[in-house]
Design a protein around this ligand. Structure first.
Ligand code: GH3
Ligand code: MG
Ligand code: MG
Ligand code: MG
Length: 308
């Protein structure tokens, strides 16, 4: 599933293409073919290519099949295994005419296959077609998965990522942290400052949550009206404490006056935290129920706090 936390795709017409090939001459040829229309990044090997994907999140990858060290198929598998990178379309560019190898490329997740030496126009057109498809897919994803008010992912996105990350945590025995956060006395905030100010407050709180995220795969979604859900895959109890503290610090730093709150003179949140230790068996509903219980405890204990 697309990682929605990266740069919005619809902002620029120039899109980024990453070329991974061990031969400088091939890199140069592809660069000359594509650079008039696109930003072209280059990597001379598999590992370097994956690192460039993580750093630059290209819109498309052109991948050489045969390279010393990590070959193209392995690069493709790794990109497809990373939820943050799997949506990047891959086109194999290869001198191979072996039919089995061609099948391997498709099975590794390629959207297209270009044989070397290529006709420059064919390469340009194929790249254009797949960039256009990617742009449409990105737009649909945004419309389906981004909350219109706060511009962070919505509950649908959260449910899908949560299911995927929970399955992964179970499979890998990795820890994970789930948080449900709720704005304190928000009904009073609306009553006191008006619904429009309430909307602006939710936007500010969403941005504060975002700033509090610590690692690339952490994410926050608008779970309901003034409720937010955070997931930190791979995080243990110490990271959970740090994340909850960062969230509270960022929300406090907004310093939004709330003189109708019994918790503080500013907007605050209460947070229910659940740490998954990686060996326990659990399912999504159970985790959400536990996070909700912790949130309820935080509310009962006076709000403006996290319960772990
Ligand atoms: P608590 O501290 O126990 O959480 O109290 P609360 O008032 O925050 O909780 P309650 O669930 O009673 O009220 C939530 C309010 O959030 C009610 C609803 O009108 C408001 N709300 C939900 N979505 C939106 C929104 O999109 N914009 C605005 N302005 N208000 C919203
Ligand atoms: Mg090669
Ligand atoms: Mg609520
Ligand atoms: Mg509330």
């Amino acid at each position: 599933m697309l990682n929605l936390d990266h740069k919005p795709s619809a902002t620029s017409d120039r899109r980024t293409v990453l070329v991974i090939d061990d031969q400088p001459i091939n890199l140069r040829t592809v660069y000359q073919t594509l650079s008039p229309d696109h930003e072209v990044l280059m990597a001379t090997g598999g590992e370097e290519g994956i690192a460039a994907c993580l750093r630059h999140r290209p819109d498309l990858v052109l991948l050489d099949l045969v390279m010393p060290g990590m070959g193209g198929i392995e690069v493709a598998r790794r990109l497809k295994a990373d939820p943050a990178l799997e949506a990047i379309p891959l086109i194999f560019v290869t001198a191979s005419t072996d039919s089995d190898e061609e099948s391997d490329c498709w099975e590794a997740g390629a959207v297209d296959f270009v044989t070397k030496p290529f006709n420059p126009m064919t390469l340009r057109r194929r790249v254009q077609v797949h960039l256009a498809l990617k742009r449409q897919a990105d737009m649909l994803q945004r419309m389906a998965y981004i909350d219109g008010l706060t511009e962070i992912p919505n509950r649908r996105y959260f449910n899908e990522r949560m299911a995927a990350e929970t399955a992964r945590a179970r499979r890998e025995g990795a820890p994970m942290v789930l948080m449900l956060a709720d704005v304190d006395y928000f009904k009073r905030y609306n009553d006191r400052y008006g619904h429009q100010a309430g909307d602006a407050c939710l936007q500010g709180v969403a941005a504060a949550f975002r700033r509090a995220l610590q690692r690339p795969n952490d994410f926050v979604a608008r779970y309901g009206g003034e409720e937010f859900a955070l997931l930190a895959p791979g995080a243990g109890p110490a990271a959970a404490e740090a994340l909850a503290a960062a969230v509270r610090r960022e929300v406090h730093a907004l310093a939004l006056a709330h003189d109708a709150s019994d918790a503080a003179p500013i907007v605050t949140v209460s947070i229910g935290v659940v740490c998954v230790d990686g060996v326990a068996s659990f399912d999504v509903d159970e985790l959400l129920r536990r996070a909700d219980e912790q949130l309820y405890r935080a509310k009962e204990a006076g709000r403006d706090r996290a319960c772990i």
